[in-house]
Design a protein around this ligand. Structure first.
Ligand SMILES: NC(=O)c1ccc[n+]([C@@H]2O[C@H](COP(=O)([O-])OP(=O)(O)OC[C@H]3O[C@@H](n4cnc5c(N)ncnc54)[C@H](O)[C@@H]3O)[C@@H](O)[C@H]2O)c1
Length: 331
C-alpha cells in the first residue's frame, strides 16, 4: 500500500518506519526541512532502540522516503496519516490548529479516494470536525479515520511492532478493510484490532492515559498516608499489585507522572468533560495530586538540606526553589 505520514516526531517516524518495514511504500512529510535532511541520511533526531537500523534498512530498500512536499505525498498515497503535535492549549483543551490545518491541506491536495488517519491524540469529535472541514473544501471522497497511538517513548518500536491492541474508529466498510490490511502484520500474534466508531476510538486513548495517571496519583496518596501512619508503601504496593484484579504496573509512588502525554491528556479529558457540562472531579483530583507531588519533592529536598544546615545548597536548585513559591512547576 502507498502511505504518507504527516509529522515525523515520535509517533509519525516510528509508525512510518514500521509500516515500511512490513513492505508498504511510505513517504514521511514534515515542515522541518533540517529534520527531513537528517532523516534522509538515515540519522534519527530521537533515540529509540532499533529505530536507526530499521530506518537504514527501509531507506536502502526504497520503501521509506522523507520530504517537505505534502501535496505530492498526498497524490502518491492511498492512506495519509496525521501525526502532528496536539499540545495543551487554553483551558487545558488540546490545541488542534496544526492537525486541522494539515487536514485542510490534504483535502486541497487529494485527487482520488483517500483515507485520512488521525494518529495524533485528539479530543472526541475531532474526526467529525475534520470530516466536515474536508467536505467543505473538496468533492473528492475522503474518509477520516481515528487510529490513536499507544506507544511509549523508549520502547516505541517494540510497542508499535507488537502492540497490545490496535484501535480503529472508522465508519465505512471500505476504510475498515484498508486499515485492517495495513495492520495485519502487527497482529499475527492474535493481539486484537478493535473496530469502533471514531468518537469511541478518540475517547479510548484519553481514557487509557487517564486510567494510568489515576493509578499513579492514587499510589502517591497511599504513599502519603503510609508516611503519616508509619506503614511501608513498598510493601503495600507489592501486596496490592499481586491481586490479579489490580496488577503491578503503574503502582509506583514517586514524583508524579510527566512526559509529553499524560499531563496534557489528563487536562484535555477534564476539559472535554467540562465542555459537555460535566465535572470529571476524579480526574481533576488526579491532576491536582500530581501537581502537589512535584511540589512535595521540592519541599522534601528543602527540608533535607535545612536539617543538615545546608540550605544554601538547596537554594542553588533554582528551578525548584522558584517552583516552590510560584504557580508553575518544572516538568
Ligand atoms: N510521544 C509519544 O509518546 C506519543 C504517544 C502516543 C501518542 N502521541 C500523540 O501523537 C501526536 C504526535 O506526538 P509526537 O510526540 O510524535 O509529536 P512531536 O512533537 O515529536 O512531532 C510532531 C512533528 O510534526 C511536525 N509538524 C508540525 N507541523 C507540521 C505540519 N504543518 N506539517 C507537517 N509536519 C508538521 C513537527 O515538525 C514534528 O516533527 C500527539 O498528538 C501526541 O499526543 C504521542
Amino acid at each position: 500500500m502507498k502511505i504518507a505520514v504527516v509529522g515525523t516526531g515520535y509517533v509519525g517516524l516510528v509508525a512510518g518506519t514500521c509500516f515500511a518495514d512490513t513492505g508498504h511504500s511510505v513517504i514521511c512529510v514534515d515542515v522541518d526541512a533540517a529534520k527531513v535532511e537528517t532523516l534522509r541520511k538515515g540519522q534519527t533526531p530521537i533515540y529509540e532502540p532499533g529505530l536507526e537500523e530499521l530506518l537504514a534498512r527501509n531507506i536502502k530498500a526504497e520503501r521509506l522516503s522523507f520530504t517537505t512536499d505534502l501535496v505530492s505525498s498526498v497524490h502518491a498515497s492511498e492512506v495519509v496519516f496525521i501525526a502532528v503535535g496536539t499540545p495543551q492549549g487554553e483551558d487545558g483543551n488540546a490545541d488542534l490548529r496544526v492537525a486541522m490545518h494539515v487536514a485542510g491541506q490534504i483535502a486541497d491536495a487529494a485527487k482520488k479516494f483517500t483515507v485520512v488517519v488521525n494518529k495524533s491524540t485528539v479530543p472526541v469529535g475531532t474526526a467529525s470536525r475534520m470530516q466536515a472541514e474536508i467536505n467543505s473544501r473538496t468533492q473528492v471522497p475522503i474518509e477520516v479515520v481515528s487510529n490513536p497511538e499507544f506507544l511509549k517513548e523508549g520502547a516505541a518500536i517494540d510497542d508499535f511492532l507488537r502492540p497490545d491492541r490496535i484501535v480503529i474508529g472508522a465508519t465505512s466498510e471500505k476504510a475498515k478493510a484498508i486499515m485492517g490490511e495495513l495492520y495485519a502484520p502487527f497482529v499475527r500474534t492474535e493481539s486484537p484490532i478493535y473496530f469502533m466508531d471514531p468518537r469511541s476510538a478518540e475517547l479510548t486513548k484519553y481514557a487509557a492515559n487517564a486510567m494510568l495517571a489515576t493509578r499513579i496519583s492514587f499510589m502517591n496518596e497511599v504513599a502519603m498516608l503510609c508516611e503519616k501512619v508509619g506503614a511501608d508503601v513498598d510493601a503495600v504496593r507489592k501486596a496490592m499489585g499481586s491481586d490479579k484484579r489490580i496488577g503491578h504496573p503503574f503502582l509506583f509512588p514517586g514524583v508524579g507522572y510527566g512526559g509529553s502525554c499524560f499531563p496534557k491528556d489528563v487536562k484535555a479529558l477534564v476539559a472535554t468533560a467540562r465542555n459537555q457540562g460535566l465535572d470529571f472531579s476524579l480526574l481533576a483530583a488526579v491532576d491536582a495530586v500530581n501537581d502537589r507531588q512535584k511540589r512535595l519533592l521540592g519541599q522534601k529536598a528543602k527540608a533535607h538540606f535545612e536539617a543538615k544546615g545546608e540550605l544554601q545548597r538547596f537554594s542553588s536548585i533554582k528551578s525548584y526553589e522558584r517552583a516552590l513559591h510560584g504557580p508553575t512547576l518544572p516538568r
